[in-house]
Design a protein around this ligand. Structure first.
Ligand code: GLU
Length: 505
């Protein structure tokens, strides 16, 4: 029997989640669900200097909003906890020491000043950022160069030190990426990365390998930016747990902006964080705005994320989460970067708003209207309004313009749109119409009374429709005008007509 599929999303709580991060969550989730496996959320918080308070809450809120809840996490402990690396600190040291004892890693006692001196000494045009590597380690203060008794007394005295991996020379390592196929590296190009830091915390490299092992992870999906670290991880797997035990990896393609690599600026422009955070951008000092504030709905957001770098080989673009679980295939994820297009993202949202029921949209639309100071009187009425206008809404805030006037009479009217063609005959037509609609209760009756009255007045109904719309709505927009009259009712329709007639008179 094959092992139970277990995947993990392993974010560092260093800020808001952006598109790429949530896409990684989604692909993990889809893969876990389609294989009846577990989806684990592990918080990789070993770099305390980059820790942002609130980031973990943000991650949880994002996953909840997207409907991509993990099976195990720091807030839903399973059998493999703790799920925050800082709380696992004590677990890592033994592995680092084992590697030191086996000659695969070493203690390094170099002070920050000594490291700086090394870098400025070796810095040249051909080597602008000197690394601590096989060419350098022999000249530094570490357990490879110092006598064993000195190393022991330094350790006994509690001298600050790190543990570094001793990258072998002239070896190639390779693995089979689920998206890219066979990927091969020359170990000589990789530096002697720190595995255990001075504060006793592991670095990402050690922690990710140890935890993927201890948490019995079978598949690890992460951003392409981690590909260069793969040789370090492969060696750690080989030495600690055996390479055959390594999870199957997939490195997901970058998400590109309209002009190449997705920049911070694109992020600010298109709202790349999922929702606004209560921290500001360290550079601009501005609060970030995200997809949620812009009025994307999670179904659309998840759908558009899935298609950033994947499709099922057909023309189909709209997928429910259930369909994605059925159809997603990691092997079909593209190798090249995926272009993010905000127009297209809006198209997804528009399609999703159209195909969502009024009941589904109601809480979101209600919250939106309330936030704009519009109080929808009752839910049944609001549901009708949603059905009537959703075709016209791309993002949720569009419901304020397209639906707000059902609940609050306009306070401004674009009378200029018909003023030049206004006549006393039209004025009296509307007076008559207002008087005659008391018994009208549906769009058809509002319309037939309208046509009848127009005929009697000898005016083409087409010339009267725009003024009626502006009286009811305030401007030249909205769904069919007699449907609006039906929904706001005869009394309100009459009141709105009279108000504008009074202004015009
Ligand atoms: N902590 C890493 C990150 O934030 C995780 C990478 C991985 O999934 O291995 O990107």
């Amino acid at each position: 029997m094959s092992k139970k599929v277990r995947v993990r999303f392993a974010p560092s709580p260093t800020g808001g989640l952006h598109l790429g991060g949530v896409r990684t969550v989604l692909y993990n989730y889809l893969f876990a669900r389609q294989h009846g496996g577990d989806f684990v959320l592990r918080i990789e918080d070993t770099d305390q200097s980059r820790y942002v308070a609130g980031a973990e809450d943000y991650i949880f809120e994002t996953l909840a909003w997207c409907g991509l809840e993990p099976d195990e996490s720091p807030r839903k402990e399973g059998a493999f906890g703790p799920y925050r690396q800082s709380e696992r600190k004590e677990m890592y040291r033994t592995y680092a020491e084992r590697l030191v004892n086996e000659g695969k890693a070493y203690y390094a006692f170099d002070t920050p000043e000594e490291l700086d001196a090394m870098r400025s000494l070796l810095k040249s045009d051909t080597n602008p950022t000197p690394q601590y590597d096989r060419t350098v380690r022999g000249q530094m203060r570490n357990s490879l160069t110092l006598p064993a008794d000195e190393v022991k007394s330094l350790l006994d005295a509690g001298t600050p030190h790190v543990v570094r991996i001793r990258m072998p020379e002239g070896e190639t390592v390779s693995f089979n990426d689920m998206i890219r196929g066979e990927v091969t590296f020359d170990t000589a190009i990789v530096d002697d990365k720190v595995l255990l830091k001075g504060d006793g915390m592991p670095t990402y490299h050690l922690a990710v390998v140890v935890d993927d092992h201890l948490m019995q992870i079978t598949h690890a999906f992460r951003g392409e930016e981690w590909l260069p670290s793969a040789p370090v991880h492969i060696l750690l797997w080989r030495w600690l747990f055996g390479e055959e035990a390594m999870p199957q990896w997939a490195h997901l393609p970058l998400i590109l902006g309209p002009s190449g690599k997705l920049s911070k600026r694109d992020g600010a422009k298109y709202g790349f964080p999922v929702f606004a955070a209560n921290w500001s951008d360290p550079k601009s000092g501005e609060l970030t705005e995200g997809f949620r504030e812009r009025g994307f709905i999670p179904e659309a957001f998840v759908n558009l994320l899935a298609l950033l770098g994947w499709n099922d080989g057909t023309e189909q673009e709209l997928f429910t989460l259930e369909e994605l679980i059925q159809r997603f295939q990691m092997e079909k994820v593209h190798k090249g970067g995926a272009k993010f297009d905000f127009e297209k993202a809006q198209w997804f949202n528009h399609e999703w708003i159209k195909r969502s029921t009024a009941g589904r949209l109601l809480p979101d639309v209600k919250a939106l209207l309330l936030s704009k100071g519009i109080t929808p009187n009752d839910d049944a009425q609001l549901a009708k309004v949603i059905d009537l206008v959703k075709e016209r809404c791309t993002l949720l805030p569009d419901f304020a313009q397209q639906g707000g006037f059902f609940f609050a009479a306009p306070s401004e009217w674009d009378t200029a749109a018909f003023a030049s063609k206004w006549t006393p005959a039209k004025q009296s037509f509307f007076e008559t119409y207002g008087n005659r609609i008391s018994t009208a209760s549906d769009a058809t009756s509002f319309e037939s009374i309208f046509k009848q009255s127009a005929e009697e007045a000898g005016i083409k109904p087409g010339e009267l429709q725009l003024p009626l719309r502006i009286m009811l709505v305030g401007g030249k927009f909205g769904p069919p005008v007699f449907s609006i009259a039906e929904l706001i009712g005869a009394e309100e329709t009459k009141a709105r007509i009279r108000k504008v007639l009074a202004i015009l008179a």
